[in-house]
Write a protein that binds this ligand. Structure first.
Ligand code: MRU
Length: 353
């Protein structure tokens, strides 16, 4: 059982994902600044997990407050702003801080700080528990959709599935979004093999997804990101499924850089390509994907490989952490409420309302 994140006795615990799979180190902290650093450096990562950790980070910030009630609003505003500045793309982070702000707005005037903090802790725990439950629901809807879409192939053999980045327990606290669907599909006997793309430059696919699949004894093969088109051409991939960091109102989807390239290859080879994400990842305020803020990370993530310099320090680098896959490349979006196939603007709105 992987324990991606915990919050006990006002202490945040998390598995340091930068060290996996070679070292399993569980970090504990009561400092909200440490927690923000963990989000920034990807010690914790993956959209739903970022949301969970963000809500617990707010709790750490609250627990270290030692001022009076009058001064609290200014402290709270600054705390929320610091948490929100940690990573820009995964909307789950902003979903989590919005939930915490709602509790604050509803109860600050009438409650003591102690009462307020205990209601906010309940809200943070609910975000965590909801994300775990969301994974189970996505898995159910995703397996049904795959069974329908790939019924013909399933009559004769099991399926090979391509995935990108890490969307499992490490990214959600539950079984996963895309990887949760895959794990359940494998348990149902639908999957022959998982093909996990390495997901450069931080290798979430090669390091983290492979680690999770190995733990669950699910057969898999790791490939370089640039191999997917060739494997599709050879008929080695039956479908693709990935997660999302933010889905615009029209279904355009931001996810780990490289996701769009697999989608283009999938369209070229008639391979169905799905997104799995909880409704908390849908940002209905953005009409299309061009409005999604895309994180750019440091040049050294490319110039070095795990501390080893592989390019000169002066090499100019452009390091987008995410790309946006336009909705026409997406066969279906599997959410915790239902799987949506096409007609995204109308259908996603109904799910969020
Ligand atoms: O930069 P990361 O590792 O946080 O990026 C994670 C992804 O892109 C995942 O695919 C996405 O958050 C969905 S996780 C369930």
């Amino acid at each position: 059982m992987i324990d991606a994140v915990s919050f006990e006795n006002n202490t945040l615990g998390y598995l340091d994902q930068r060290l996996l799979p070679l070292k399993e180190e569980y970090i504990r902290t009561t400092s909200y600044l440490d927690a923000i650093e963990a989000i920034k450096t990807l010690a914790v990562r993956g959209a739903p997990l970022i949301g969970i950790v963000a809500s617990y980070t707010v709790m750490l910030g609250l627990n270290s407050y030692n001022g009076n009630k009058e001064e609290f609003p200014a402290y709270f505003e600054k705390l929320i702003a610091e948490v929100e500045a940690s990573r820009p793309t995964a909307v789950n982070l902003f979903f989590a801080t919005a939930r915490m702000k709602e509790v604050y707005d509803a109860h600050f005037a009438s409650d003591s700080l102690e009462e307020l903090f205990s209601k906010m802790l309940a809200a943070a725990r609910k975000i965590h528990n909801d994300e775990i439950a969301n994974c189970e629901n996505m898995a159910r809807h995703g397996v049904e959709l795959i069974q329908q879409d790939l019924a013909e192939t399933l009559k004769t053999r099991k399926l090979n599935v391509l995935t990108h980045c890490n969307t499992g327990t490490l990214a959600t606290g539950g079984s996963g979004t895309a990887l949760g669907v895959i794990k359940h599909a494998w348990q149902e006997g639908l999957i022959e093999k998982v093909i996990t793309a390495e997901s450069r430059p931080l290798l979430q696919g090669l390091r983290l997804t492979a680690w999770e699949l190995e733990k669950e004894s699910i057969p898999f093969l790791s490939i370089s990101d640039s191999s997917s088109a060739f494997l599709m051409q050879k008929g080695m991939i039956d479908f693709g499924i990935v997660g999302a960091d933010r889905i615009a109102a029209n279904g355009d989807t931001a996810n780990k850089i490289g996701t769009f390239a697999h989608a283009v290859s999938a369209a070229r080879h008639n391979v169905p390509y799905y997104i799995a994400a909880p409704v908390s990842t849908v940002d209905i305020t953005l009409s299309d994907g061009s409005q999604i803020p895309i994180e750019e990370r440091s040049a050294d993530e490319l110039r070095t490989i795990f501390g080893n310099q592989v390019a000169t320090p002066s090499t100019p680098v452009l390091n987008y952490a995410f790309d946006v896959t336009p909705n026409e490349y997406i066969r279906g979006i599997v959410t915790d409420k239902k799987a949506v196939v096409g007609n995204y603007t109308e259908e996603l709105k109904k799910l969020v309302d």
